[in-house]
Write a protein that binds this ligand. Structure first.
Ligand code: SAH
Ligand code: SF4
Length: 387
């Protein structure tokens, strides 16, 4: 990596830290245990004079069994359970709203202790015995992609590691999927896509901490192959993500020229297409068996011509890639229309002919509230109407 990239990465990290949430401590002084690393958990227990094996036991109760009440942690002696309950909590975000769509998609609006809210969505697989949890990493987003509803909400703050892990754990509560299934057992919440609100690589430290907890084999135990992180293209952070986390990468490309991408994904002005694709070429772990997903939202008459499909093929030459064509989800006031089925099919055919897998993502959960970021706005509007 060049010195310039390292300097840019440090600048991104320093800026991101300004948006971190307050300490995960309750008004009564109790400390949140969810979101601590194993080392941090050992250190917390040491303040009670407890040895490291207690942290191992607690980890098991919290992340394997999914237990939130110390009284139920029966391998720990009663008096210690009481002391733990005085000092600590094992919390969850509050589900301010839960909506289940006719197609079984379930959307949660989670509220944190300071009242901030984000969305988490469970998307069942066609076979319905497994599915993906789409988690958020920030309240709002600093990047204003023109087609994205979250982009119209200014960034309020980053989510902390506890708040990111908490979305997955609360979704699991909702499906009763505790204790954590073994890796070879079927599970409903079988994959994670970091594709909710916010830009995960602008909240790298907290996202990385949360994903490490989720990947820990003695707890939730989802392997890195079951996790996909989506970025709009924060180039200086992509190497670290690959080296340190090794999760699957998805890149929100959406346009094949800098001119158009500058307009619809303004981050492109900082990190243009050529630089972004270079970062993809060197993404550790990318191979034909583990392709990079390129997301391409289909905007009618904007980016969906056959010439653009051919240019996309040319741009991605040599990259282990698959392309996810996403029908645009309109939201009130959005400046675009979804491409027609016919045009999307023509676009997909060109990609398929060039050997790319290019599934057209089925619109999910349309009847509960279409675009990401919308449930939150509806909830705020509802509250204002009541007030
Ligand atoms: N900030 C990250 C991850 C969150 S957005 C990123 O941009 O990749 C997740 C995906 O949803 C992105 O590919 C984004 O472009 C897409 N998306 C956002 N708004 C959309 C909409 N209204 N319709 C369809 N896809 C949308
Ligand atoms: Fe932010 Fe992603 Fe939406 Fe762009 S698409 S505004 S990066 S959440």
């Amino acid at each position: 990596m060049s010195d310039l990239t390292v300097a840019e990465r440090d600048r991104v990290l320093a800026k991101s830290a300004l948006f971190n949430p307050p300490e995960a401590t309750l008004p009564d002084g109790r400390r949140e245990l969810v979101g601590l690393t194993r080392e941090e958990l050992v250190a917390e227990l040491a303040t009670l004079g407890e040895k490291p094996f207690r942290a191992k036991q607690l980890w098991h109760w919290i992340y394997h069994q999914g237990v939130t009440d110390f009284a139920r942690m029966t391998s720990i002696a009663g008096p210690l359970r009481e002391r733990l309950a005085e000092r600590f909590v094992v919390g969850r975000p509050t589900a301010a709203e839960v909506q289940t769509s006719a197609d079984e998609t379930r959307k949660f609006l989670f509220r944190y202790r300071d009242g901030q809210e984000v969305e988490t969505v469970y998307i069942p697989d066609r076979h319905a015995d497994r599915g993906a949890v789409c988690i958020s990493t920030q309240v709002g987003c600093t990047l204003s992609c023109r087609f994205c509803h979250t982009g119209t909400q200014k960034l309020v703050r980053n989510l902390g590691a506890a708040e990111i892990v908490g979305q997955f754990m609360a979704a699991r509560d909702s499906y009763g999927e505790w204790p954590s299934p073994k890796d070879d057992q079927p599970r409903l919440l079988s994959t994670i896509v970091v594709m909710g609100m916010g830009e995960p690589l602008y909240n790298y430290e907290n996202t990385a901490k949360a994903l490490r907890i989720i990947m820990d084999g003695e707890g939730i135990g989802l392997s890195r192959r079951r996790i996909t992180l989506s970025t709009s293209g924060v180039v200086p952070m992509m190497d670290r993500c690959g080296e340190e986390l090794g999760v699957n990468l998805a890149v929100s490309l959406h346009a094949v020229t800098d001119e158009l991408r500058n307009e619809i994904v303004p981050l492109n002005r900082k990190y243009p297409i050529a630089e972004l694709l270079d970062a993809c070429r060197r993404y550790p772990g990318a191979s034909n068996a583990r392709r990079i997903t390129f997301e391409y939202v289909m905007l009618r008459g904007v980016n969906d011509s056959e010439a653009e499909a051919r240019e996309l093929v040319r741009l991605l030459a040599g990259l282990p890639a698959k392309i996810n064509l996403i029908p645009f989800n309109p939201w009130p006031g959005s400046p675009y229309l979804t491409s027609t089925h016919e045009q999307t099919a023509k676009f997909a055919a060109i990609l398929n002919d060039a050997g790319y897998s290019s599934p057209i993502r089925r619109p999910r959960g349309r009847d509960i509230s279409a675009a990401c970021g919308q449930l939150k706005t509806e909830s705020e509007r509802g509250r204002k109407a009541v007030a």
